[in-house]
Design a protein around this ligand. Structure first.
Ligand code: F0G
Length: 459
């Protein structure tokens, strides 16, 4: 008999979980204004809000923390971290920051000017926020196929070279850089192929436009290249990552995902003038150049995390679990962005809550229903997250309306996946009875989904 698949690690420390009653959850969700970001974590049974900073560190990472050097300047921790970044990505200049958006803030403060245009394959919301708040424009150039959730193609996060070229031609001299996000979180954690990375960079460079790789899930992207793209099956994850970065000009990184740490980020580049420019903003925003908002122990844990998570077995275990959950949803016929991506399942709320009009935010409604059903916290990646158009102030209904269920790295077991799937099935089975959604009572002008207050309609 062939031996079944199993995790490439074992568990040394556990954290108890609390269950609750439906009555309690009704009360808590009301108090949270139907916004799951406002729930207390202890009111949640299985937390799929994000895979960001929620992973479990290894014994090696914890032991590296004890060796953290907390010197203000020139700590050994910085040099250990810098060595790993230089080795993995091939960039000479490295600036640590406290998280990914801080890396964006520091680098974009130098690069983005009012009126600029910054194309990208579905900018993450903080990335878009950092562009739009500087009165510049973020234009999505993801392939159209990404919008068809039922279409199965291996690299659904790809850039449309046609769309990109159009932006580059129409905005000549006004594009400071392009953002290439791997994996493409917004369209479902979908990977970008090496071929597409290379061609995107060649096209940008032809127009004199540099490319910044938004790298939060670069290791998962490398795994998909290895397992799906011709010519990469025999390459190591580290070799693949190194090739990906050989094409781009710089990276911003949220280390809270594929860095396997709870907090951290960085910028890396070979462009000396960008390094010099970004340095000026790092010091006032993040702190001195050898700590950038991080403790020495954090930098040590990150150095180990980056090394660990660029090993095949670690990624295979992770993606296997995400794919296991997807296989349960297949069994129940629940529609999600196919094929499943690297870090999460993205349930196609439009296809589940068909009776809820888009103006009443189906994905947000589904998020609430899943929480009420079993205390599972997902996150809307849809019309609320899309914010309003900065010029017309209209809601942006043009994209997908998804409920994202993120899987934290090395945290839950496949039994938890079974619970998530069963809870979703229960909601799915009564989907036709759900006819009303939510209405916005209060919203922030930018990145509203974190703090929005919503009223449940028809209840
Ligand atoms: N880029 C991408 C692709 C991201 O997914 C995120 C964060 C960031 C940048 C910003 O990094 O959180 O460290 O400041 N994504 C999280 C998520 C929050 O839930 O998808 P950060």
């Amino acid at each position: 008999m062939e031996l079944p698949f199993a995790e490439s690690w074992k568990i040394k420390m556990i954290e108890p979980l609390k269950k609750s009653t439906r009555e309690q959850r009704e009360q808590w969700l009301k108090e949270a204004h139907n916004n799951v970001f406002m729930l207390k974590a202890e009111q949640v049974y299985i937390d799929c809000l994000t895979d960001s900073g929620t992973g479990a560190m290894s014994d090696r990472q914890w032991s590296a923390m004890m060796l953290g050097d907390e010197s203000y300047a020139g700590a050994t921790s910085f040099y250990k971290f810098q060595e790993v970044v230089q080795r993995l990505f091939g960039f000479k200049y490295v600036i640590p920051t406290h998280q990914g958006r801080a890396a964006e803030n520091v680098l974009f403060s130098y690069l983005v000017k009012e009126g600029n245009v910054v194309p990208g394959n579905a900018h993450f919301d903080t990335t878009k926020g950092h562009i739009e708040s500087r009165h510049a424009k973020a234009i999505d150039v993801t392939i159209d196929e990404a919008k068809d959730t039922q279409l199965e193609i291996p690299f659904k996060g790809n850039v449309s070279l046609e769309k990109l070229e159009k932006v580059l031609v129409e905005n000549k001299g006004n594009v400071p850089f392009m953002v290439l996000t791997v994996t493409n979180n917004t369209v479902g954690g979908q990977p970008v192929s090496m071929k597409n990375i290379k061609e995107t960079c060649e096209l940008c460079h032809k127009y004199g436009v540099p490319v910044v790789m938004d790298s939060a899930r670069f290791a998962e992207n490398s795994y998909f290249i290895k397992t799906r793209e011709e010519g990469y099956a025999d390459k190591t994850i580290k070799e693949i990552a190194r090739e990906m970065y050989s094409y781009v000009d710089a990276m911003t990184m949220s280390a809270k995902k594929d860095g396997l740490v709870n907090m951290g980020g960085f910028i890396a580049t070979n462009r000396e003038e960008w390094y010099e420019g970004a340095k000026l903003f790092c010091i006032p925003f993040e702190g001195f150049l050898t700590y950038g908002g991080l403790n020495g122990r954090d930098l040590n844990a990150l150095a180990v995390g980056l090394d660990e998570n660029t090993e095949f077995e670690m990624l295979e275990t992770r993606i296997h679990q995400v794919q296991y959950l997807a296989s349960k949803l297949d069994e129940y016929g629940i529609p999600y962005q196919r094929p499943v991506g690297g870090h999460a399942l993205f349930i196609d709320a439009d296809k589940v809550l068909c009776n809820v009009p888009k103006e009443e935010f189906p994905a947000q409604t589904l998020t609430c229903e899943l929480y009420l059903e079993a205390g599972i916290r997902g996150c809307e990646i849809g019309y609320i997250l899309a914010d309003r158009d900065p010029v017309t102030r209209e809601n942006r209904f043009g994209g997908l309306d998804l409920l994202r269920l993120c899987i934290a790295r090395r945290v839950y077991t496949d039994n938890h996946m079974n619970v998530i799937a069963a809870a979703l099935k229960n909601v799915y089975d009564r989907r036709n009875e759900i006819t009303r959604g939510v209405a916005i009572e209060w919203e922030a002008p930018l990145m509203r989904h974190f703090t929005v207050k919503l009223r449940r309609l028809g209840k």
